[in-house]
Design a protein around this ligand. Structure first.
Ligand code: KG4
Ligand code: ZN
Length: 326
């Protein structure tokens, strides 16, 4: 069975073809260069770049046969999602292949099941998942494939967005996550400048306050030099990672799980990974392989496979920029 999937929810145009459990083609065009000078994703530019690139990617894949098609129907940027949907609909009509609408965040969750371009069955349930990306910061309790409950979320900025904004304030480039991680690695004194963000009495997060803490700190500086950038990067990464960890700890205790997933773009961060790994010694910890942490169509293909195995039917193909889990 050949499955083709399309992911265009934000700033990556990605298409994947899976034969059985094997990923036979996977191509992702990253729009980072197009958004760099703005320090964040510009929705109009994103949809224009998707529509410019998607036909070329499809052509490159040289597809002869497709049995099923899946595309990301949300959450994400409306214009970007729409480009993916139109491409998916066109292919669906051409190949007479049924079309399915997939939740991007479920894709991130299941991205941990991709190993060496092979989709393997390895998640253990029940589990708690921490999804950390440029658009989302959510905690889920997961009973099984398709059985998700949202138990915590950011009340303002997503944590990846905070990484991007802090890098912008410090003139360090875009995307902020990788560059902040790189600067933080050069830190030697381990003194944290910022307080750990905390939303009391809930499993929710907030990252707008730490952004302000950084902005004030920068404003008071005489000069934002290389050494200061290192200090800020380390302190910011430390505070955000501890904030993520704190609620994850409460969720794991509250839901009595032994299995934990940490996924999404920010899960590429080594400091966050080791903090979590050191805390949850003896637990089953699932992180995606690094190449599958950011947005990609392979993770959408995993959702398609599990949908088939579990008899789920994701046949709603309406795009929904604010799509939640049910
Ligand atoms: O999941 P993703 O590719 O796209 C969304 O669905 O949003 O996540 C992108 C986010 C960006 O905000 C980026 O700065 C962040 O992930 N990111 C990182 C790292 N690599 C990417 N954040 C922290 N450390 C990293 N190494
Ligand atoms: Zn994403």
């Amino acid at each position: 069975m050949i499955i083709l999937t399309i992911e265009t929810s934000c700033d990556e145009t990605s298409i994947c073809v899976v034969d059985g459990k094997k990923i036979i083609s996977h191509y992702t065009f990253s729009q980072v260069e197009g958004h760099k000078k703005y320090g964040g994703v510009v929705p109009e530019i994103a949809s224009r770049l998707h529509s410019e690139k998607i036909a070329g990617i499809i052509k490159k894949l040289n597809i002869k046969k497709i049995d099923l098609i899946g595309f990301t129907r949300g959450p994400g940027l409306k214009g970007s999602l729409l480009v993916g949907k139109i491409a998916a609909l066109t292919l669906s009509n051409y190949f007479q292949a049924p079309l399915y609408g997939i939740n991007h965040l479920e894709g991130h969750l299941l991205s941990v099941e991709i190993e060496d371009d092979e989709i393997k069955n390895k998640l253990k349930f029940p589990l708690v998942a921490l999804i950390v990306s440029g658009g989302h910061t959510e905690l889920w309790y997961v009973e099984d494939y398709g059985k998700y409950k949202l138990i915590g979320r950011t009340l303002d900025d997503a944590c990846g967005e905070a990484f991007d904004k802090v890098a912008k304030v410090c003139g360090m480039g875009y995307p902020g996550g990788p560059v902040i991680e790189k600067f933080a690695l050069k830190n030697k004194d381990f003194i944290s400048l910022f307080t750990v963000p905390e939303v009391k009495n809930s499993l929710n997060y907030s990252f707008s306050g730490i952004k302000t803490q950084v902005a004030y700190y920068v404003k008071k500086l005489k000069k934002l030099d290389y050494k200061e950038k290192i200090k800020i990067s380390y302190s910011f990464q430390d505070a955000v990672s501890k904030s993520l960890l704190n609620k994850l700890k409460i969720a794991v205790e509250r839901y009595q799980v032994k299995n934990i997933v940490v996924c999404g773009g920010v899960s590429a961060n080594n400091y966050l990974r080791s903090l979590i790994a050191n805390t949850f010694n003896g637990f089953n910890l699932f992180f995606p392989q690094r190449k599958y942490t950011s947005d990609n169509a392979a993770m959408i293909a995993v959702v398609m496979l599990r949908m088939i195995e579990k008899g789920l039917n994701y046949n709603n193909i309406e795009i929904d920029p604010d799509l939640q889990i049910s």
